[in-house]
Design a protein around this ligand. Structure first.
Ligand code: DOR
Length: 437
């Protein structure tokens, strides 16, 4: 038995912020404000700091296997720990794709050797692997690209989608952009010539149309469905009519950038779904605030700067962000855009609930001791060339963010501390408490 006391920090929970001592035993929160006489093996002073629950990021692309010049599970999980993220769920568009039991086994084995935070992996749908998707229990969920993006995973045929929604039980997460409309928009713009065409090709109508189609499938099949990366007011309107088993997320890039940023940042802010108007960006914030969108996820999708610097449309979509998730949100809170309590809800409690994560989700007795000690007054400077993510650049290059992650702890073990990381392999697979589909 080992006991650790985190002393004097301000504990952040969805219902408030209070100064409490935290007693951790064998990797779990045992007690808050234990008696002063309690025995501990180690004491960490967090006075003057905030203790945020470990964030759970349900959408990352860590590129291993096959694309490890951009990122790998070790560097991606290190960037996660630096950004206050203690568990991630990784997408299947690697090389090979995670579309079979063997590919999932290989990813789990790699993660066991490499990760410094906890991990889960999505099973990718191909339209032809439903038999596997039906049986697989180790995946965090099923990912469907209903709308193509980086890689070759696309399931757009209605019959195939009906089969997946009818026959599988794992929760489904989907990338929703209407493929027919996106292709027609691209043809009308001659394939796209300048970066701002990206938002005309992958417009709000394409996102909302595909979201409505997929929510209809979820409603008819009574199947759990999570709408990834909401980028527009139109999708928020669609979500307001959803059944209660449908959930949604917002990503930092759609909260902090909009189409006016192309002039400054070019393809660094090219992603799918594309940036939308300033009004759309405000609508995504509003939807988080009114509960239409319940959680935050990064969609961390690194590409090298050389790749990004190819002229549009040759430049790939996606950008790195996980390394700055908590400072970005604390900075937003210091601007009055949200509260620390909302960060705890959107970043930890809600994803744990949406994905049925066992032992995760906040600062509560009995849960895994996943947290970050944060100096909310200190500043973090974001600089290309000094990033933990292997692609080593950031769309926030040159920014100073209010809030600095001093250390991140996963199951009571220090995964990150002032630029140093735990040994690879200290992360563990997420466990799931599955309800009815
Ligand atoms: O911009 C994106 N990049 N969106 C996605 O859906 C995939 C991601 C990637 O893997 O690069």
């Amino acid at each position: 038995m080992s006991r650790l006391l985190i002393r004097g920090g301000h504990c952040v929970r969805p219902d408030g912020v209070t100064q409490e001592n935290i007693l951790i035993e064998d990797g779990r929160f045992l007690d808050f404000d234990p008696p002063a006489t309690v025995h501990t093996d180690d004491v960490i002073d967090a006075s003057g700091k905030h203790v945020f629950p470990g964030l759970i990021d349900d959408q990352v692309h860590f590129r291993e296997p096959g694309l490890t010049h951009k990122e790998d599970l070790r560097t991606g999980s290190m960037a996660a720990a630096k950004g206050g993220v203690t568990a991630f769920m990784e997408m299947p568009n690697t090389s090979p794709n995670t579309t079979s039991a063997g590919a999932l086994s290989a990813k789990l084995a790699r993660a066991k050797r490499s990760c410094v935070v906890d991990y889960g992996f999505f099973a990718g749908a191909t339209g032809e692997n439903t038999a596997w998707l039906r049986e697989e229990t180790r995946a965090c969920g099923i990912k469907i690209f209903i709308g193509s993006s980086t890689g070759d995973l696309l399931v757009d045929e209605q019959e195939a989608l009906e089969e997946i929604f009818a026959q599988t039980c794992l929760p489904i997460a989907a990338h929703c952009e209407d493929e027919t409309l996106v292709r027609a928009n691209a043809v009308a713009l001659d394939g796209g010539r300048v970066i701002s065409d990206h938002s005309k090709i992958r417009n709000a109508e394409a996102a909302a149309k595909s979201a409505a189609r997929t929510i209809d499938l979820a409603r008819r099949h009574k199947h759990r469905f999570h709408l990834l990366h909401v980028s527009s007011a139109a999708e928020c309107d669609v979500l307001r009519e959803r059944p209660e088993w449908v959930t949604a997320e917002a990503c930092p890039h759609h909260l902090f950038f909009d189409t006016t940023d192309y002039a400054r940042l070019g393809s660094r802010v090219q992603m799918n779904p594309a940036l939308k108007s300033p009004e759309d960006r405000e609508a995504v914030w509003a939807a988080l605030h009114d509960g239409t969108i319940e959680l935050l996820a990064t969609d961390h999708a690194p590409h090298t700067l050389e790749e990004k610097d190819q002229p549009y449309p040759g430049s790939p979509s996606g950008l790195p962000s996980i390394e700055w998730l908590l400072p970005l949100m604390i900075d937003a809170a210091s601007d009055g855009r949200c509260t620390f309590e909302q960060i705890a809800a959107w970043g930890a409690a809600n994803p744990a609930k949406v994905w049925d994560l066992k032992g995760k989700g906040g600062l509560k007795p009995g849960l895994d001791a996943d947290f970050s000690i944060v100096d909310t007054e200190a500043e973090s400077k974001v600089q290309d060339g000094s990033q933990v993510t292997k692609c080593n650049w950031s769309p926030w290059h040159g920014s100073t963010l209010r809030g600095m992650v001093c250390s991140t702890w996963v199951r009571g073990l220090r995964a990150y501390h002032e630029g140093q990381f735990a040994d690879p392999g200290s992360g563990q697979p997420l466990q799931y408490e599955r309800g009815e589909a």
